[in-house]
Ligand binder design. Sequence first.
Ligand code: CDP
Ligand code: MG
Length: 142
Amino acid sequence: MIERTLAIIKPRAVARNIIGDILKMMEENNLKIVALKMIHMDRKVAAGFYYVHKDKPFFTSLIKFMTSGAVIVAVLEGKDAITRYRKLMGSTNPDKADEGTIRKKYAESLQANAVHGSDSPESAEYEISYFFNATELRPYHY
Ligand code: CDP
Ligand code: MG
């Protein structure tokens, strides 16, 4: 099924000048970039995005990290995009990430693990509409 998923290139990866390398891995894996922008989240925006984690011990630290610099938010489209992009990202903990994954290659730590990706169709819908409005999400013309 053709799906859309929300990707974020996290602050440390943006700061390290590896936006292009990460976008290239997405494109090479047949994930079409159908929306893209750079933003700098404030605490409220980041907390709303990560509300599912609000009771986790790492929440405060995660919000601090995600608001520490600019990020790239993007919508990726393709066949089974949600699970295929999760696979391309690799495990949350880069020590456990497989070779060839974005996190294995670019993560600096469990927190600064280079990228975010939606984990289900429901979260993809929430996360895409959190950052992109209807005019930014017109059908992509292949
Ligand atoms: O990003 P992913 O869906 O793989 O993992 P998550 O469990 O949804 O956690 C969201 C993010 O919180 C992770 O990507 C890490 O940046 C951060 N995190 C953390 O700082 N410490 C943890 N113990 C777990 C996650
Ligand atoms: Mg998650």
